[in-house]
Design a protein around this ligand. Sequence first.
Ligand code: ADP
Length: 593
Amino acid sequence: MSSDTPVPPDRAGSWSLSDTSSRDALQLIAEGVTELAGFGVAAIRVVRDDGLEVVAVAGSDEAREQLMGTRTPTELIEAEIEHADDWGPLRFVPHDRIDLDVETWGWVPDVEPREGPDAWHPMDALLAPLYDGAGTLRGLLSIDLPVDGRRPSDAQRRLLEKYAEQASRAVLTALAREELAEQVRLSNTARTIVRRASGQPSLVRVLEECGEALVDGFRALGMWIQTFDANGTGSSSVYASDGTGVELPRELVDMADRSARRAWDDQTVYVLSKDRMTAGLRDDQVNLIFGSIAGSGVDSILFVPLGAGPDRLGNLVLTRAADGPEWTETEASAALDIGHDLGGAILNARNFEREHRLVAELRALDTYKSQLIATVSHELKNPLTAIVGHLELLESAGEVSDKTRTSLAAMERGAQRLERVVDDLLLLSKVGDPANSIIPRPVDLRSIVDDVFDLTAVAAARRNLTVRVEAPPEPVVALGDADELDRLLTNLVSNAVKYTPVDRAITVVLARKGNEIVLSCQDEGIGISDADRGNLFREFFRSSNPVAVAQPGTGLGLAIVARIVERHHGRIEVESEIGVGSTFRVFLPAAPA
Ligand code: ADP
């Protein structure tokens, strides 16, 4: 019998040592057996998953043709070794004790059995099982067709034992190399996945970035990812590596859902194969899976749960065709690790998406608010202008009594106050509208400081306030909108004037610090309480301090300041002490020097 061991009815043909030098070494050993030990055929098998695959055959082209790449279930070979005659490293199974269905599994040479007690029978089997240090079967050397037609002599046996020893070393080396190469390949894949997947803003992007690396790294035919809804119930999207949508029957999606949750809890992956029983799955389930992807060429599946910590997030499916290699232990454990990495990336992307949605919603709300304020203010503006105009007309008419004049003056003050509110509201809606951003240009803040100084000089003089400006002689250029920056400083300085008792001083300081321009407005005024400081920039906020309330104001000035600062990608700080004074410090991006 050819190399005495069974041959599976269908060729796996899927695995041969990828490392040529390992393959050549094994082939040389097989050839040594046929050329120097006096045998017609020698074959070497290597354990691969649950089978022994033929990786080298020497001596007969016919045997080579028929055996190379075939795979025999390990347990069948182990059973055969079990009841063989123990010749030390060699085992002999006489033809009448052969268990295997040779017609199905084997290759039987076309030779006539000879006569005599030591005659070699075509169905005899001579094996050298190759074990590793732990005593696990890792390969098999099988020898057949002695040239002299006899069972091996002592001398031949000793020679064969030497070859078996060599073969054993070569097989272990080949397997170790294979494993190492696989580990390197998969850890490269994992590294690529982590690098590409992390920080992607959406699930689709995560997949776009990783799909190819996954398919390549795992030598897969294709892949898809199914994610659960953000609330963890039911499944949502299915993304395929080739960008096409995957339509899976509801029943299958539900099944994948349950399996992914179980697999994540157990921290395991499942290998599903068309022809082989898969632990935990019934025949009808396997049929459902492969039936629904019939025609895709998929023959086996590596089913990987995705998650992060206790969160089960979905599953990754890697597919292989019938002629693809089988999924190895190393691949399974690498896939589980990637399930963690991808899970983290999915969680991140999901948070990104959620934040993005929230920001969009808030922005929409902001736009709506701005529009509402703008509309209402516009509607108020025209009738107000008419009221103020008519009041002036009436006042100048001459024939009104003193009492009426007092009333008219009160009405005019009210109308003016309303006008200020409306103007501030219009400005607030303008600077608060996200759809209406500024076009930043270089703005010399020194000229703005000078303008504001002139503008507030009268009010300051009325209270006998000293206004000082400290600025370098050269221009101090910020990036922004000149009108808005003018308005920002006007609001700060007029507040300083309003909220500072007579005879004191106000200082405006302008400086460039690295990439920032610092603009500060410092007063010796009434100060702001800690409680008020938290609310200063809210619309319509006015302090409860009676000294502050006594001053006219809309409560919109600082809200406008805050919006302008924000639009300029700057920031604002406030330092204050009751009765001592306040400093408002604005930081703005400087124009490139
Ligand atoms: P207002 O029109 O009331 O001045 P703002 O928004 O400009 O509105 O200011 C809000 C409140 O902050 C003021 O009412 C005042 O109580 C307080 N405030 C602002 N600037 C100063 C300052 N320089 N010193 C003391 N209090 C201030």
